[in-house]
Design a protein around this ligand. Sequence first.
Ligand SMILES: [Mn+2]
Length: 577
Amino acid sequence: MPATSRLLWKVQAPDPEKVSRLARDLDPILAKLLVNRGVETASQAEQLLTPRLTDLHDPALLPGMEQATQRILEAIERNQTILVHGDYDVDGVTGTALLVRLFEHLGVKTVWHVPNRFTDGYAFGDHSVRRATETGAALVISVDNGTSSTETISKLAAAGIDTIVTDHHEPPEGELPAAVAIVNPKLPASEYPFRELCGAAVAFKLAWGLATKLSGAARVRDDLRDLLVDLTAYVAIATVCDVVPMVGENRILAHFGLKALETTSSAGLRALLLSADLGGRRLGADDIGFQIGPRINASGRLGTAGTALEALMTTDPTRAKQLAAELNSLNLERRKIVEDLMAEALPAAEAFADAERWPVTVVAGQDWHQGVIGIVAARLVEALGKPAIVIGLDGDSGRGSARSVPGFSILNAMRGASHLLGKHGGHEQAAGCDIEAEQVDAVREAVCQKAREMLQGKSLPEPVLDIDTVVPFEHMTADLQRQLDRLEPFGAQNPAPVLASADVRLAEPARIVGKDRSHMMLKLRHGEHVLKAMAFGMAEREGELQMGAPIKVAYTPRWNTFRGTTSLELTLHDFEA
Ligand SMILES: [Mn+2]
């Protein structure tokens, strides 16, 4: 049965003049991909392809850096206890780990705190004040939060405890908290040249700034320099998982951080890599995003992020192995919870299938695990092609997590129900809300009503597949892939290449694979040139493929290592047969 593609293929059209200019020194396909990513000149290309540590910005350019480092030096001098206060996601946990490791190296009395998302609620709150007083801390350093925590920081001050905020969130409209220092590139007065750092990267900048002060010179003393290099591993993990733009300083930090991670001396990080089967390998952003990130997040989603934090910091190899194993099983448990919840949520969503009447899926369930509702919302968006709000109820009240399709603001749609919701907020693509159980039906009505107004009779934007360029299949070789490798690490604004090839045929019948038999494994060929291709979640489309018939494929090429052998393989995004 011939069929068309499932996505709208949009092949990019880079300016041929710019491409040919870059292609003087570079592979022509690589040149096209660079222009697609906004590169125009040879020197910009050079900067992107050869990241240099010397292109990192001076930490002293960050607002609050001088006051922050002065206050920490004072704490060290007076032998005060410092509380490093993170958040429960990857960004917060890794940033906390790196500051604690620095302070332990310096022999500073250090304690840490990450909130429990079920018992402590939001990132900075009374639990923070309690923890600080209990531990006798004189100074709290926040990681990945705090810029809006005016009330909590005042309470800390009233208890005689100073706060240094390190954060990357947008500052509030009104007054900033009365902290000793707020280190955040997004402050209105900031002259820092790069706004897009993740929270762990801001914490790293503080570590670097402090190391500079302690060295008494711009050149950081050797022990601290070695430590800072090691600590970039945490920054790389956070930069990938927090999905900040993978450009400029972020890309440099991720590039060198991945290298540092490959050779890390940290027992905890090594055990984590081994448990994910990533030991001794060259690491890419995907390895972090799909293997390391979910393991760290599982801890905060299902219980306390403390397990992940300890796993990232421990120096004891035996303990490291235990903790890595624990994160592994938490992650498996998390997956099982997502599968079970999907089995309930998908049929519930299908009861509101009509996209004109119900442009946004709104489903709720008693005891739906609030740690995974965001993941389930994303899965529903993928399955049904429209935005989704998934609500986990706990008795009379609950929490909702929303995800959207590109080009549609779920936050706007959610605001259509603002009079029915508790606290709510977020971004265009992802948002969250507090909600009463009895309001679910009314919220569904109000959100869908608002969404229909936003769409004005048009249907939701069709899912688009951006394709970098079309290449003859036989050009997709290991040599080309080694060129494309130079664009790593990939992320937002520097996506992995998506290529398309026409006139490809099956070299053998498709094989249905996977535990739930939802994937297809293909051998594709053009003439003698044969490559293996994985079509994840496309098993149901097997009937569209026939031996001997030409196929158009859109794919991302990747290296696949299996039993010690590395080969070039394609991940299909879509096909047309
Ligand atoms: Mn963050």
